[in-house]
Design a protein around this ligand. Sequence first.
Ligand code: ARG
Length: 455
Amino acid sequence: MKLWKGRFSKAATSSADEFNASIEFDQRLYKEDITGSIAHARMLGKQGIITLEESQLIIKALQEILEDIEAGKIEFTIESEDIHMNIETILTERIGATGKKLHTARSRNDQVAVDIRLYLKKETASIDKLIKELMDALEQLAEKHVDTVMPGYTHLQRAQPVTLAYHLLAYYQMFSRDRERFADCLKRIDRLPLGSGALAGTTYNTDRDFLAEELGFASVLPNGMDAVADRDFAIEFINCCAVTMMHLSRFCEELILWSSVEFSFVEIDDSFSTGSSIMPQKKNPDMAELIRGKTGRVYGDLMSLLTICKGLPLAYNKDLQEDKIPVFDAADTLKASVGIFTEMILTMKVKEDKMEHAAKYGYMNATDAADYLVSKGIPFRDCHEIIGRIVLYCINKGIAIEEMTMEEFKSFSPEFDNDIYEKISIRSCISAKKSNGSTSFESVKAQLEEIKSNK
Ligand code: ARG
């Protein structure tokens, strides 16, 4: 049913109806819409804008509609355009004229704004829980791998040895900032737009503070035009999703590399891999690749909403109906990705021996060999050059630095002594790091302690 039929002499064509409708995607806001409407009806009754009996009748009917929607008993129609008008139409069908009073002192503009904010509050909470579970998984894995040595990379070239725990805890920190970012964004989501009317406020004696309390909002938006017109909080939310996806995607990229025969650092469990329809030997890291791919989609969602909003004159414009598509997509994609990623890393096999082997070859102790000479009083730049020549020599000979004889060492610098062998062993290279937050076994244990004490 069209709720504005008074002004019109002609119905919309069915193609225009279809084009205009958002029910296909905004029906998932049914709960938020009914929650908002119940609070609104309660406020109207309390303020004497409608009678208490009318308010109670509306609330009871809305609760029944909610139950019926959840029981799958209700079919929404394109003719009623969106979730707001579908519910209002059903309400009026059920309780007659009283149902038509619900929309007093309200517009769909503040209604939809409150629905999205309620939805995003809920989504932010479930995303926070999922990221927390991922961080717990990382902590658990890091605990297991405080002694697992692997190459640390820059430019994807072997750089310096690190522990797997150190590498995992790097991601732990990134995800912990992602949680912070969502928590901060929540502060701006958690403000009530309802009661702003279409744009200018209403002529009724409404109580917006009551609405905020009923709906659990931390505060009331102070300007009604802003309240119905802006979607910055939703843009921010998608941005938080995009940054978290970016972190996941980098990790996925590593897992894809690490599970290749060339690296062989990990084996992703069969239950999170797929085969090839033609090549029998293949085991593909599809989940990781999909998360990497979906990251692009979520970036697209962010660009999409930014672009939808950029040219809109105040206040509400129908363009804003399109906000829900990227918002839902970003939230759904992030939740699914974090969930699958956590399961995937908890089930993957780490090949410690392969990691350690890779850490031994690649001259990753060259910096430590240079530091050794520094400790003998040679300026660092000279040490850098001497070790550079040693590395070239070893590459040509196909050996590791520690495989040189003492004689060979001495031929590069008389400062070398027998203790060089111990000083440049992979584990010594790791233990020797002294700075705060380093890869040393001690520091990583301290980082884990810190994580535990912050819980
Ligand atoms: N379905 C609309 C949306 O999602 C609801 C608000 C419509 N308001 C209006 N004045 N046409 O934005």
